[in-house]
Design a binder for this molecule. Structure first.
Ligand code: OAD
Length: 245
């Protein structure tokens, strides 16, 4: 196997002959846009305790604190622009008849880069949901001046993201599982592959005969298991790879 920018002929052949492609992305894809990851050296979970900020118990205990935490993250994300990895994944979509992008990211940068077939496993930070009636709101259209804001029905709004201990949106998860099971090429980019059930998707693809490729500057739990692990920053490796297809 060749690493980094020297792609093996097997890798290029598998890409060129693929009919059905799934890409799984994690926080590392947005790192080059200036959005911190969760578990790296400067990762968010090194500085903040997820149990105090990203659980339903935390929200019940101190809704204002949890809202402030998401406001802080929205400000970070708002300043960010899609980077070459987001654009390369959007270009990849145009090259294959069957394609699904499965993202753990909640920042919406893939869609801003032009990706259309996107499944968001962990929700989206720009959408809110009423705890009482379930109504969904675009964050930018919320008129309530309360903090945290209220729904028309009087219920409290929460960010429409998945918190620790919560189930993933069922439809998103079943699309991701179905696509991972039936694809012939699976690309895992910028994820530590530590959080379930997303972390099981590359292994599911592998078990069902797909060629599985990982792009990450660091080794992960799946590096030894996949067909090829390309060690490098996604923004350097992926545009180069897509440019050769
Ligand atoms: P992590 O922070 O766990 O992992 C980020 C990964 O990106 C690491 O493996 C890094 O080595 C890698 N990385 C860093 N810079 C990169 C670059 N330039 N190019 C490619 N890779 C790079 O983030 P996730 O795996 O996304 O869940 O974490 C999964 C989930 O855990 C998140 O969705 C979030 C978090 O708790 C929820 O909030 C529900």
């Amino acid at each position: 196997m060749q690493e980094g920018e020297g792609f093996s002929s097997q890798l290029l052949r598998r890409f060129k002959s693929a009919h059905s492609v799934v890409v799984l992305t994690g926080a590392g894809v947005s790192a080059e846009s200036g959005i911190p990851t969760f578990r790296g050296k400067d990762g968010l979970w090194k500085k903040f305790n997820p149990q105090e900020l990203a659980t339903m118990d935390a929200f019940k205990r101190d809704p204002r604190l949890v809202w402030e935490w998401y406001e802080y993250r929205r400000r970070l994300i708002q300043k960010a622009q899609p980077n070459p990895t987001h654009y390369a994944i959007s270009d990849l979509e145009d090259k294959f008849g069957e394609f699904l992008l499965v993202t753990q990211n909640i920042d919406g940068l893939h869609q801003r880069a032009g990706s259309r077939r996107v499944v968001e496993l962990h929700g989206n930070i720009w959408r809110d949901r009423c705890l009482r009636c379930g109504k969904l709101y675009d964050y930018r259209e919320i008129e309530s001046e309360e903090f945290p804001p209220k729904c028309g029905c009087g219920g409290t709004l929460r960010p429409d993201v998945v918190w620790f201990g919560e189930a993933l949106p069922q439809e998103a998860l079943s699309s991701a599982l179905g696509a991972a099971q039936s694809c012939d090429l699976f690309l895992s980019v910028g994820t530590s592959a530590l959080v379930q059930p997303a972390a099981s998707l590359p292994l599911l693809a592998l078990r069902n005969g797909a060629f599985v490729v990982e792009i990450n500057p660091e080794p992960t739990t799946i590096s030894e298991l996949v067909n090829q692990s390309l060690r490098g920053k996604a923004g350097e490796v992926l545009p180069n790879l897509v440019g050769r297809l």
